[in-house]
Design a protein around this ligand. Structure first.
Ligand SMILES: Cc1ncc(C[n+]2csc(CCOP(=O)(O)OP(=O)(O)O)c2C)c(N)n1
Ligand SMILES: [Mg+2]
Length: 277
C-alpha cells in the first residue's frame, strides 16, 4: 500500500535520504551527487506525500500515475526515495552500480519494477511522457503523467519539440517539473548555454507555468497539488541548490559527477547528520 507521511516526518526523512545517497555513491565510487542531493524534496513529496498514485506491491497496477525521470543521472535520489516508498529494500541501495544489480547507474525499466522508463540520454523524457499522456487521454484513463527534467536538458532540441507538441495537443494530464539548480556538467547553465526566459518560453507554447522553492517541502507539496488540478500541460520550475546540505558541494558544478575522498565523505556525512539531532 502507498505510504503517506506528514511534513514533520518528511523533514527528518529528507536528511536520512541524503545520507543514503552519499553512502550509495561512496560505496560505488561513482555517481552523481550535486543533482541528487538537490532534488530530494521533489521525489519525497511525489512518493510520500500523497501526490503520486501507486502500489509498491503491484508496480504495474494499470491505474497508477506514471513518473518519467528524464534526467537519469539523478538515479541515487530516485532509488533512495523508492526504497522508502516500498519498491525495494533499503539494503539493496548499497548495490548501486554493482555488476548485476537492479540499481543501474541510470534507471532501467527492465531491471527494477516501478521504474517507468529507462533514461540517461538527456532530453527524451518529455517526448515519452507525451506518448503516455496521449494514451491515457485517448483511453479516457484518469491517471496522470509526471515528468522530471533537469535544467541542463533544456539545452536539448528534442525537449522543445515536445514542449511544442504538448501545447498543441492541450494534454490535460501532463505535469512536468524542472530542477532549476543552475548547474550542468561543467559550469553554470547561464554560462554554458543561457536558458533566457524559461518561464515565458513555456508560456508561449501554451503551457501553464508554476514556480516553486524546490528545497522547501511545504512549497513543493503545494505546487504539485496545484498542478494536479490544472487541465492543460503544466510545468513547475523548482529552484534548488545543487549539493544541498554539504557546504563544499553547494553550487559547484565540479560535484555534478564526482566522488568525494575519505575526508570529504566523512565531512559530508557529519554535515548531513547534524540536521537529524
Ligand atoms: C544527450 C546527452 N548528452 C550528454 C549527456 C552527458 N551528460 C550527463 S549529465 C549532463 C549535465 C546536464 O546538466 P543537468 O542535467 O542540469 O545536470 P546537473 O549538473 O544539474 O546534475 C550531461 C551533459 C547525456 N547524458 N545525454
Ligand atoms: Mg542542472
Amino acid at each position: 500500500m502507498r505510504k503517506v507521511l506528514d511534513l514533520k516526518s518528511l523533514e527528518k526523512l529528507r536528511w536520512q535520504i541524503r545520507e543514503e545517497i552519499l553512502k550509495m555513491v561512496w560505496q560505488a565510487k561513482s555517481g552523481h551527487l550535486a543533482g541528487s542531493l538537490g532534488v530530494v524534496e521533489q521525489y519525497l513529496i511525489l512518493f510520500l506525500a500523497g501526490i503520486l498514485n501507486y502500489k509498491p506491491e503491484e508496480p504495474n497496477w494499470p491505474a497508477r500515475d506514471r513518473l518519467v525521470i528524464s534526467n537519469g543521472h539523478y538515479a541515487p535520489a530516485l532509488y533512495a526515495v523508492m526504497a522508502e516508498a516500498g519498491f525495494l529494500k533499503k539494503e539493496e541501495l548499497l548495490t548501486l552500480r554493482k555488476f548485476g544489480s537492479r540499481l543501474q547507474g541510470h534507471p532501467s525499466r527492465n531491471h527494477l519494477p516501478g521504474i517507468e522508463t529507462s533514461s540517461g540520454p538527456l532530453g527524451e523524457g518529455l517526448s515519452q511522457s507525451i506518448g503516455l499522456a496521449l494514451a491515457a487521454k485517448l483511453n479516457q484513463e484518469k491517471w496522470q503523467v509526471f515528468c522530471g527534467m533537469s535544467d541542463g536538458e533544456q539545452d536539448c532540441g528534442n525537449t522543445w519539440e515536445a514542449v511544442m507538441l504538448a501545447g498543441k495537443l492541450k494534454l490535460p494530464n501532463l505535469i512536468a517539473f524542472i530542477d532549476r539548480n543552475e548547474i550542468q556538467i561543467d559550469g553554470f547553465t547561464e554560462e554554458v548555454m543561457p536558458l533566457a526566459l524559461l518561464k515565458e518560453k513555456y508560456q508561449s507554447f501554451s503551457w501553464h507555468v508554476l514556480e516553486g522553492k524546490g528545497n522547501d517541502l511545504k512549497d513543493v507539496k503545494e505546487k504539485f497539488e496545484e498542478a494536479k488540478e490544472i487541465a492543460k500541460p503544466v510545468v513547475i520550475i523548482f529552484r534548488t541548490i545543487p549539493g544541498y546540505g554539504v557546504d563544499f558541494m553547494q553550487w559547484k558544478s565540479a560535484w555534478h559527477g564526482k566522488v568525494p575522498n575519505e575526508k570529504e565523505y566523512q565531512s559530508a556525512i557529519s554535515q548531513i547528520r547534524k540536521n537529524l539531532v
